[in-house]
Design a protein around this ligand. Structure first.
Ligand code: GAL
Length: 957
């Protein structure tokens, strides 16, 4: 018997970062040196294992005519309509046995081939390098049959010297990409596993004496208003900044008066680094970042991060982003008042950082490092605590820092995410501190802050953040002297996050707390022909984490979700409040650097939600932190019994690069004359006629007491409703099992409440229907009385609810559900909040008159769940009915039931029926952030307690 051993592809499982690549250097998009993009269509061959094919395809003359094609940049699993495998989503579990550094024999391997000619303009002198900006997870490269080397570090650049190999025409570039490698153990971020050459491939001409690596040091002294510039360069040359009259040699310092760079005032000076072989454009921002008095200060001032975690995502192209998409992200962030981005959890495409410099965003640039899956074995064998892996970690740190060091927007380097603790991380921090002492180091995983300049946590509760703010949290001596940030909080999965306004108040109350970063920017839904957007499990993965990958402030198509609108309001840089006496507006500048001269203020009254004419409000150009009281510019109109309130809007006074004049930055509202109580609507007498009872404009079923019609409109119901399709935050994460309300609700049976009719009483002045609403198998219940009265035109319903038994859980919702014919219920008009709002997501509830189609009232969360409630509703008109509430209520309307919404897994499961189901809620349970974090705060619980509320119905025709 004989054995044939499988040829081992040793580099794939080698813990080293690779071989053959040039040392990392500063990245720049363009210079006057020639370059050739090798993006486009490449020949492609997929193999099931790393060694299925030999390397003969790399040889010149190889005929790849029968190969498939893929687009570079791209991920092969998102191309070829499934012919090239599928994406896999896991949060932290490795989708392969944890046996470092080994990877499965089944290792999808994509051979990529591209033949190219040099353009006629390509210079004959000098040399050239080939740059890969991102390849997942391991690549081996040949040019014209010569092997250049192999590398790992998916979201990091790698360059190879290729000058002597290039030919004018017919160059053959061959790249073998393996999905799994030792590097995969370092790239266990919570996202889709997506192999491929997903960032640009570029050939760069390097003229003789071209610029090598260079480091722009541009500091700002806030005491003198001067900036100091020094550009250290491997190749000597000159640095010029015409706008500042600077022309100095590299390595030489120059100090001049400058305007500083900040995220709010992103002043960039155009300059140039000129060596004898190359001219490289520079965009210089002067700013100084320090840790001083236990605070992160930029240009002498403590800053407050109003940030977000951004993964790179496009629903069709995955992490292969084009410039337009990157710019869209930045513009959306700026337009929603965000001032900071953590590039979770890897350095982004470098062009994104150019945009952050240009438009103004503070950046925490995070290294491509996460070993989260080792938590399953109590971090045993964690690569970050194993010296054999340290060269790979240092290589990753260097590739990030060297590539990105010239961006003024970057204020922190982050070592990575969720990688435990260990010597490798310390080595990275030491190297980074040594290489760039002008920035700070972040890492969340080490609560002792051994290696970091900030105490950073994720998903800490409000109470804990408050303690930290007060300095009562303890910890190591070093930690106690450090500022605090929440690098992740407010888990934006599905409906939510709730409670972010409550966090913001705490952030702003304590100097030590310097803000936070919402998790996360975008839902990573994959566009799918049948499912709309696919999430974990939709590709048949044997291990997956479902829709935990859809937890962004924007939907996969980049439409803002209500969570982003809420966040915009919570972090608005101007506070507008009514003063106690009601005669003035208090305006506070909450920027860190900018005064208010770039804003104009508009004031208007509204009567019953309807805006009357707008006035200009003269607000002084307050400096950061200042506030002023501004007299109301007009007397309140006579509302003639209607509610009167005012709205003040702070608008951009001029066009900016990120939004036009008139863009709303902040707003405030106040009611000055409350509405009148609703009419008692009584006097008419219920009349029994066979199986019907009539009362004023309404007809009821005499046996059940159910309302059947009102003024000619067929009505199904209304009756008590406590169920909502649990949100991701209701369901909670599996590791949080004490107060996962969605789970407890279902256990109690709140999704299958039964209504037992106890009696229908047709009295002199009212029709009273008594019921008990309760789930099978339980002794708890809600005794519910519906009392109907009418004055002949209006129909008033007062609902009294008395809980019975020991209610240990809050209710999902408490209110009425009724059905209206879909054919005549196409839209709604209401006075209340314009967008979706729940008890702890209602900061942005702008109370005006609104209208929307039933379709527009749905919020398209990728996994269907409770959505779309409007808060503070005074009245709503739809389907021929006007419904007024006392007190104000929550309103939602959908063309399916809550049960259908609950059962659906994707939006495509939801099919409109012939009834529009309307919820008129007296209360809603808060949303919280328990899909990964704390649940709703107790003040947002909807407790089961004796309750009474009323509605007045009338026909609108
Ligand atoms: C954090 C992690 C993120 C993401 C988030 C939950 O623990 O850093 O990558 O997994 O939780 O969505």
């Amino acid at each position: 018997m004989s054995f044939r051993t499988t040829p081992t592809v040793t580099y794939v499982e080698d813990v080293s970062p690779g071989s053959g690549a040039l040392p990392p250097r500063a990245w720049y998009a363009t210079s006057d040196a020639e370059s050739l993009s090798l993006n486009g269509s490449w020949r492609f061959r997929l193999s099931a294992t790393a060694d299925a094919e030999d390397d003969s395809f790399a040889a010149q003359g190889y005929d790849a005519g029968d190969w498939a094609e893929v687009t570079v940049p791209g991920h092969w699993v998102l191309q070829g309509d499934g012919a090239f495998g599928s994406p896999i989503y896991t949060n932290h579990l490795y989708p392969f046995p944890v046996d470092p550094p080994h990877v499965p024999t089944e290792n999808p391997t994509g051979d990529h081939l591209r033949v190219f000619d040099l353009p006629d303009t390509w210079p004959a002198d000098g040399t050239a390098v080939l740059r890969f900006d991102g390849v997942e997870s391991c690549a081996r490269v040949w040019l014209n049959g010569t092997e250049l080397g192999e590398f790992k570090g998916s979201r990091l650049p790698h360059e190879f010297a290729v000058g002597e190999l290039l030919k004018p025409a017919g160059n053959v570039l061959a790249v073998r990409v393996h999905q799994w490698s030792a590097g995969s153990y370092l790239e266990d971020q919570d996202q889709w596993w997506l192999p491929g050459i997903f960032r640009d491939v570029t050939l760069l001409h390097r003229p003789t004496d071209a610029a090598g690596d260079f480091f722009v040091h541009a500091s700002y002294d806030h005491t003198t208003g001067e900036g100091t510039l020094r550009v250290d360069s491997d190749v000597d040359g000159r640095v010029s900044v015409p706008g500042l009259d600077i022309d100095v040699a590299t390595g030489e310092s120059v100090t001049v008066a400058v305007e500083p760079w900040s995220a709010e005032t992103p002043k960039l000076y155009d300059g140039e680094l000129v060596t004898s072989g190359e001219r490289v454009p520079l965009r210089i921002g002067f700013r100084t970042v320090v840790l001083e008095d236990g605070l992160i200060k930029v240009n002498g001032r403590a800053i407050l991060f109003k940030g977000v975690n951004r993964h790179e995502w496009h629903p069709e192209r995955g992490r292969a982003l084009d410039l337009t998409t990157m710019r869209e992200d930045v513009l959306l962030m700026k337009r929603h008042n965000l001032n900071a981005v953590r590039t979770s959890h890897y350095p982004p495409h470098p062009a994104f950082l150019d945009l952050c410099d240009e438009y103004g965003l503070w950046v925490i640039d995070e290294c491509d490092l996460e070993t989260h899956g080792f938590t399953e074995q109590a971090w045993r064998d964690n690569p970050v605590d194993d010296d054999r892996w340290t060269p790979a970690l240092l290589d990753r740190a260097a590739r990030m820092v060297e590539r990105d060091k010239n961006h003024p927007s970057i204020v922190f380097w982050s070592l990575g995410n969720e990688a435990g603790t260990g010597r490798g991380l310390t080595a990275m921090a030491e190297w980074i501190h040594g290489r760039d002492p002008e920035r700070l180091v972040h890492y969340e995983g080490d609560w002792d802050c051994r290696d970091t300049d900030v105490y950073s946590r994720m998903y800490a509760s409000h109470a804990e953040v408050e303690r930290i703010g007060q300095g009562l949290d303890g910890g190591t001596h070093k930690r106690r002297g450090l500022p605090f940030i929440q690098c992740e909080y407010g888990h934006a999965m599905g409906n939510g996050p709730g409670g972010i306004a409550d966090y913001q108040w705490i952030f702003e109350a304590h100097d030590r707390i310097q803000g936070g970063f919402i998790w996360e920017w975008i839902d990573h839904g994959v566009k799918h022909p049948e499912l709309g957007y696919a999430y974990g499990g939709d590709f048949g993965e044997e291990l997956h984490d479902g829709n935990f990958v859809c937890d962004g402030l924007i939907f996969p198509d980049r439409t803002p979700s209500p969570g982003l609108v809420e966040y915009k309001k919570v972090i608005e840089p101007v506070r507008i409040e009514g003063d106690a006496a009601g005669g003035a507006v208090r305006v506070t500048n909450a920027y860190d650097f900018a005064d208010l001269s770039h804003l104009e203020f508009e004031f208007s009254y509204q009567v019953d939600g309807f805006p009357t004419g707008a006035h200009k409000l003269a607000v002084p150009p307050l400096a950061p932190g200042e506030s002023a009281e501004v007299k109301l510019p007009a007397a309140a109109p006579d509302g003639k019994g209607e509610e009167v309130g005012w709205t003040v809007r702070a608008l951009l006074a001029e066009d900016t690069p990120w939004a036009g004049r008139g863009h709303e930055v902040a707003w405030g509202q106040r009611t000055v004359v409350p509405r009148e109580p609703l009419p008692a609507a009584k006097g008419a007498r219920p009349a029994v006629d066979g199986d019907r009872i009539s009362l004023g404009p309404a007809a009821f079923d005499a046996r059940t007491g159910a309302l059947l019609s009102l003024g000619g409109v067929d009505v199904n119901g209304p009756r008590l409703d406590v169920w909502r399709a649990p949100t991701d935050n209701d369901e909670g994460a599996s590791w949080q099992d004490d107060t996962r309300w969605g789970v407890l609700w279902r256990q109690l049976g709140l999704h299958r409440m039964r209504h037992r009719l106890e009696g229908v009483e047709s009295g002199d002045d009212a029709l009273t229907v008594r019921t008990r609403v309760a789930p099978a198998a339980r002794d708890v219940g809600l005794r519910t009385e519906y009392r109907w009265t009418s004055d002949g035109t209006l129909l008033r319903l007062t609902v009294s609810v008395t809980p019975e038994g020991d209610w240990k859980v809050p209710l999902p919702r408490l209110g009425l559900r009724l059905g209206l014919p879909a054919a005549t219920t196409g839209s709604a008009a209401w006075f209340g909040s314009g967008g979706e709002a729940y008890p702890d997501t209602r900061a942005a509830a702008k109370l005006l008159l609104w209208d929307a189609s039933i379709e527009e009232l749905q919020t398209p969360y990728v996994r269907p769940q409770e959505n779309g409630a409007r808060s503070d509703v005074r009245w709503v008109e739809l389907g021929g009915l006007r419904i007024e509430g006392e007190p104000e209520f929550w309103f939602s309307a959908r063309p399916w039931t809550s049960e259908q919404l609950d059962a659906a897994r994707h939006l495509t499961d939801l099919v409109p029926g012939d009834t529009v189901w309307v919820n008129l809620d007296h209360g809603q349970q808060g949303i919280g952030s328990q899909s990964c974090g704390p649940g709703p705060l107790p003040q947002y619980f909807l407790k089961a307690e004796p309750t009474e509320f009323s509605f007045v119905f009338s026909a609108t025709e």
